[in-house]
Write a protein that binds this ligand. Structure first.
Ligand SMILES: *[C@@H]1O[C@H](CO)[C@@H](O)[C@H](O)[C@H]1NC(C)=O
Ligand SMILES: *[C@@H]1O[C@H](CO)[C@@H](O)[C@H](O)[C@H]1NC(C)=O
Length: 239
């Protein structure tokens, strides 16, 4: 728990320092990648509130890059009272609607699906407290990690050698059973989600410092999103 706090603090300090030291070349590259920069918002200290189960409330997130992936890390903050299963993060491509799916099966069990293959992770979850969850996967080894509040769960191996297709549809609040649709009310998220970050590489959490400002696929401080149905953006009240 303490380690996790330190991690968060480091992360904040780092993102400030990085913002100052980032060279102009990087900035120019970024501008070319983001021609419609005004649509990208800094969601720092904000979260999406999903007030009720539904099959039509969700948020789509536009990735900063639409390339194929051989490695990834995704992190989110969730705060929920749900005991049933729900989708945490749904990343679909034309090749597979479960290209990446992070799912909370039940209290104490998460599953990670990559390219339609699923592995499960057991965790002792504290009830009714926010959770910081990160998932990583590396094609070369197939190794998948899930970190809950800074603690690594028992690693699993899947889809060694696989490449995730480009042009993902990324959705919070619902599980996609088709590209951008096929939602099931009984897998919808109810509660609060924020701090969504995704990298196209495996972040070495064990090395202790994580720089969220470097998140190059999804970045909560540079986010383009679309809300559908009943979803409200509110200030984050808890860490
Ligand atoms: C994925 O990670 C491995 C190991 O770090 C690296 O060798 C490989 O180049 C990475 N693939 C891509 C597409 O970045
Ligand atoms: C959702 O779950 C409820 C209660 O278990 C069930 O009655 C209903 O048929 C389910 N709906 C769908 C779309 O699966």
């Amino acid at each position: 728990m303490e380690k996790w706090l330190l991690w968060t603090l480091l992360l904040i300090t780092f993102s400030r320092t990085m913002a100052l030291t980032e060279n102009h070349e990087e900035e120019n590259k970024e501008r070319q990648l983001l021609p419609t920069q005004s649509l990208y918002k800094d969601l720092h200290r904000k979260v999406f509130l999903f007030p009720a189960s539904s099959a039509d409330s969700y948020v789509t997130l536009s990735p900063l890059k639409n390339t194929e992936l051989q490695n990834f890390t995704v992190c989110l903050w969730t705060y929920t009272e749900l005991t049933r299963g729900y989708s945490v993060f749904s990343y679909a491509t034309q090749a597979s609607t479960n290209e990446i799916l992070l799912f909370r099966d039940s209290v104490g069990q998460y599953s990670l699906t990559v390219g339609s293959e699923e592995v499960t992770f057991q965790v002792q979850e504290p009830s009714f407290t926010p959770i910081n969850i990160c998932a990583t996967w590396a094609s070369a080894s197939g190794v998948a990690e899930i970190w809950v509040d800074g603690i690594p769960l028992v690693r699993k191996v899947l889809k060694q050698g696989y490449t995730l297709s480009a042009n993902a549809m990324i959705i919070l609040g619902q599980d996609q059973d088709s590209y951008g649709g096929g939602f099931d009310i009984n897998q919808s998220f109810v509660g609060e989600i924020g701090n969504v970050y995704m990298w196209d590489y495996v972040v070495p959490f064990h090395e202790g410092k994580t720089d969220c400002s470097q998140a190059n696929v999804l970045n909560w401080k540079k986010m383009k999103y679309e809300k559908m149905g009943h979803v409200i953006m509110v200030p984050q009240l808890r860490d």
